[in-house]
Design a protein around this ligand. Structure first.
Ligand code: GRF
Length: 197
């Protein structure tokens, strides 16, 4: 059973899905938020999971990441999951957790990295969008993909409608991808995602 830490910044709907999907492949042992009083912290506490708030304000990226490393080293996770965590991580932190650090992004990566994804997808007239789970590397949203799910983009979509449709598939995709990693069925090797079965 793999020990998992989840980093959040907000409402925690992906966190809830990951909590609900826990099985004998992984257990969430710690939730860290860089923002106080967010709904995700309540969801963790309601599930009996230890929480830790590490505010980022007024700290350098390295100092903030160093505090996270201390909290993580105490909890000894095998895997660190970013779930709506809205901070860019320092290269040193990312390298320290290489192969054990994953993120979900609401686009079909490598397309539409960064922010304001749904606005840009709609403006470009895309017929499909979706979500991607990927290993985290120092370059933002550029890590090797583990799994993707697609949704249609409808002609009358607003960014919020598309975001809601993508979130629905995120909530299924993220636990599935985490279970692949927790079961050692997928790994990061030489900058590529390797599937072992
Ligand atoms: C999700 O859309 C995720 O793809 C993005 O941030 C959002 C997080 O939502 N990285 P939540 O906090 O899990 O509800």
């Amino acid at each position: 059973m793999k020990r998992v830490a989840v980093l959040i910044s907000g409402r925690g709907s992906n966190l809830s899905a990951l909590i609900a999907a826990q099985d004998d492949s992984y257990r969430i042992v710690l939730v860290i938020s860089n923002v106080e009083d967010v709904a995700g912290l309540d969801k963790a506490q309601a599930a009996g999971i230890a929480t830790h708030v590490i505010p980022h304000n007024g700290k350098s990226r390295e100092a903030f990441d160093g505090e996270m490393d201390v909290a993580l080293l105490t909890a000894q996770p095998d895997i660190v999951v970013l779930a709506g965590f809205m901070r860019i991580l320092s290269d040193g932190f990312v390298r320290g957790w290489e192969g054990k650090l994953i993120n979900i992004h609401p686009s079909l990566l490598p397309a539409y990295k960064g922010t304001r994804v749904h606005e840009r997808v709609i403006a470009a007239g895309e017929a499909l969008s979706g979500a991607s789970v990927h290993f985290v590397v120092p370059e933002l949203d550029a890590g090797p993909v583990i799994a993707r799910a697609t949704v249609p983009v409808r002609p009358d979509d607003t960014p919020q409608m598309l975001a809601d449709r993508v979130l629905e598939v995120e909530l299924k995709l993220y636990p599935e991808a985490l279970k692949l990693l927790a079961a050692d069925k997928v790994a990061l090797k030489n900058g590529l995602t390797i599937f072992k079965e």
